[in-house]
Structure formats: structure tokens, C-alpha cells
Write a protein that binds this ligand. Sequence first.
Ligand SMILES: [Zn+2]
Length: 89
Amino acid sequence: MEITTNHLQRLPVLWLNGREYFVDFNLREFRSPANRFAPAEFFPFESARGQAFWAQYLIATCSRCGAERIEPRQASGLKCQRCGQWVLL
Ligand SMILES: [Zn+2]
């Protein structure tokens, strides 16, 4: 469990409707860990829901540390997983 958590923390994360989704480019899927309100979720980039996500988000580079990040095309919040900078658009 700890190894999985550490792995997930290196991935870009995006927030949608108050829930965080890790973007795994190796597995090509979005993953949201279980929390007290909902079970874990995952779905591939190529799925209809994945395509809907990419219609709302794009890949950008952190202005502070240069790490890749997921940037909403419309208003939302995100956090750089490398340096912790919050970006509100
Ligand atoms: Zn950064």
C-alpha cells in the first residue's frame, strides 16, 4: 500500500468537482484513490470519459520548477506534484 501511494504521489494530479485524479501516462489512465465519500475510480484515456477529460484539460509545464502538469482549460485548481505550487486559473 505504501509503495502504491508513493508511486501515485509522483504523478500529475488534477482536481475535478472536488476530487483528485492522478494522471498515469504509463498506464494511460486516470485514477482517483478511494476516500471516505467514494470508492476508488479509474478509467483509460481512450474511454469516453477519458476523452471528455482531455477536452477540459491540457498538459502544461510548471512555471516554477518545470515539471509537467495538467492544466484546466476552464476554471479549476491544480497543484504541482514536484514543488507544491498551487495554480488557480
Ligand atoms: Zn512545480
